[in-house]
Design a protein around this ligand. Sequence first.
Ligand code: ZN
Ligand code: ZN
Length: 299
Amino acid sequence: MSGTPTGDRLVLLGSKGGPAIRPGGPWPSSSLLEIGGRKIVVDCGLGVTRGLTDAGMNLKALDLVFITHLHSDHVLELGPLIHTAWTAGLSSPVAVLGPPGTGDTWRHFVRSLEFDIDIRIADEGRPDIRSLVRVEEFGEGMIFEQGGLKVFALRVDHPPVTDCFALRFEQGGRSVVFSSDTAYFPPLADFARNADILVHEAMLEQGIERLVAKTGNGARLREHLLASHSFAGEAGRIAADAGVRELVLNHLIPADDPEIGEADWIVAGRKTWAGALTIACDGLVVALADGKSPGGEIA
Ligand SMILES: [Zn+2]
Ligand SMILES: [Zn+2]
């Protein structure tokens, strides 16, 4: 479970599903994937900046960010992350890859911060943050290739959002797949075939009713959850069909119900999945297994 500081690793920075936060509870979706020497940010829910620094990342090294879809629990802190990195001394290019609309999200952010950005350029001599960031909007297929790192996207089932993508990262014979937000979606098993780690979103049946009661817009929320998200047992079925090495249940719904603990998630996942099973929590480090590089290639 715990990785060495220099090894390839996945850090679940924010592990809850949905944008609301509550006292003592976990934070929305963001992850840090360190693979083949690259530090890759996957999703930028609230708390991503704090999570990255807690994970030991120097924000000046930020250069590659992927957004799976534009729900706020995945993108709210995209702008603030890059802006904060910029105030911490970032002066090299940052690539942001996301679904259609990501460019507008970024442009509207820098527009809203125009006063601060312009004054820091004039007063502190910083480079123009607007020219440091390149946003690329993607669809399905191979969306990124650089230095042995390949990234693939698959449209998943997250109504009413149509541009929502699972992501597969491959480097040096290792692979990590993120389901993004999705209802049970069998094609994901092919997409995640033989991955070292599948990070799959998960709901727990017995917690949904209490969550719906707490949030206050009952029927509509329940409807959205059931149509757009997966139960833990469904995530386990995808992992089993894909033959992955390890399943990480993430984007947990509910995530801050005192009556639900790790043991409940494990019981639910075990109904369909017998392999390595990890339940995400904020800051959890998952090491990537060694020795899988084909042909001894060092990537
Ligand atoms: Zn979400
Ligand atoms: Zn979503």
